[in-house]
Design a protein around this ligand. Structure first.
Ligand code: UDP
Length: 384
């Protein structure tokens, strides 16, 4: 008899696992609480302007991972897209990530690469040997002026915390370059799915044996009806928040429409405190191969996630990690449930990492089934 799998959540984690297991001959039922698939990557055409909108904020696919890139390309055409972010600070516009143009314009210089590198090094605080916090990392590698202009206030708006309270890993997401390359990402592959992320995920789910229940919450008590459950919802929700709620940041978007071109670029960050939003995204620029007369923009505000809000960014400070450990211990006592993805493992994950981990999770499950050994609660250690 075919084995039955329940998957909670129809974002990338759930969809990729469903695809792999359905191909291996399992019956897969997906339970998605929202009324659409694709999780926070969900995209849809704005009815007023016709623009493809990233409903939960901008998602740009970028990766060095061959397997993830090969996988997504099987389900959608990818159009070339390079994310070039502009930043407004102290009434001036700069290019991000910090590169030779940013440095030369900011300091009024005409440095060549080696000169800029030596100059930035001279600004770094060398007394900080092992930067642990976001602030230390910034002061060590770019110095106080650039830190205050581009990172300090933006980060306080984004995280609601002072950069001295945040880990260095968050800043390490952003490169610093001593040439004029202003591609926001360093990865080999970058692009946008031609018809949006939701169409891509829809294709991932088009395998006989997969049933999707939208607008349907999964009750953990129902797990005994299935041979295995993959859970991509918030790990604390599975355990009814017995160890308290794991904190997240959520985003609010103030949507406005206009004619023509509002800001001339997909993303403009507002790095100082002249505005309380962090950035404005103009969605038609995420699909530069399309033409639209009108335009739709999102002003993005970040705040603490409350009970009925959509969770976005896990906070993962020392205190939250200790709380997470308690949930991980509980999860390890569960049988036939595997926790996956950004919410299931409480990590800040990019889409390509999510997809790659979901492929690895599926491999591990199929190997465990062949060898008749139990599938662990985590295919990837969430505390690493
Ligand atoms: N950041 C910043 N200023 C910027 C852009 C980013 O201080 O103009 C910091 C901020 O703390 C942010 C982190 O760098 O959370 C990572 O930035 P990224 O663009 O990767 O954030 P995401 O697009 O995932 O929100």
């Amino acid at each position: 008899m075919k084995k039955n799998i329940a998957i909670v959540g129809a974002g990338f984690s759930g969809a990729v696992i469903a695809n792999q297991l359905a191909h291996a001959g399992y019956n897969v039922e997906i339970f998605e609480a929202r009324d659409h698939i694709a999780g926070n990557c969900h995209s849809e055409r704005d009815s007023e302007t016709g623009v493809m909108v990233h409903v939960y904020g901008p998602h740009i696919f970028h990766t060095d991972n061959e397997r993830a890139w090969e996988f997504v390309n099987r389900f959608s055409e990818f159009k070339p897209y390079v994310n070039r972010v502009k930043a407004i600070t102290n009434h001036r516009v700069f290019t991000l990530p910090i590169n030779l143009l940013t440095i030369n314009q900011f300091f009024g210089k005409t440095f060549r690469p080696a000169e800029a590198e030596a100059f930035i090094q001279s600004l770094g605080d060398k007394s900080i040997e092992n930067p642990a916090t976001f602030e230390e990392q910034a002061l060590r590698f770019v110095g106080r002026e650039l830190y205050e202009a581009f990172f300090k206030t933006y980060t306080m708006k984004q995280w609601g915390l002072h950069p001295s309270e945040l880990p260095a890993s968050i800043l390490k997401r952003l490169p610093v370059r001593f040439n004029y390359d202003d591609n926001y990402f360093n990865h080999k592959y970058q692009g946008m799915p031609a018809n949006g992320y939701t169409a891509l995920v829809e294709n991932v789910l088009k395998v006989p044996g997969i049933t999707v229940h939208l607008g349907t919450r999964f009750d953990p008590a129902a797990k005994s009806d299935y041979d295995h459950v993959f859970y991509s919802g918030p790990i604390d929700a599975w355990f009814n928040h017995v160890e308290g709620r794991l904190p997240y940041r959520t985003l609010d978007f103030e949507v406005f429409r206009d004619t023509g071109d509002y800001q001339g670029n997909a993303v403009i960050n507002y790095c100082d405190d002249s505005q309380s939003y962090t950035r404005i995204t103009e969605h038609k620029h995420f699909s530069p191969w399309e033409q639209h007369e009108r335009t739709v923009c999102y002003m993005e505000y970040s705040r603490q996630c409350e009970e009925n809000d959509t969770p976005y960014y896990p906070i993962r400070q020392a205190r939250e990690k200790a709380q997470l450990e308690k949930y991980v211990d509980l999860a390890r006592t569960e049988t036939n449930v595997t926790f996956v993805g950004r919410l299931g493992t409480y990590r800040y994950l990019d889409m390509d990492v999510t997809i790659h981990e979901a492929l690895q999770t599926s491999d591990k499950f199929l190997a465990a089934a062949r060898e008749k050994v139990p599938m662990p609660a985590f295919a990837i250690d969430p505390l690493a």
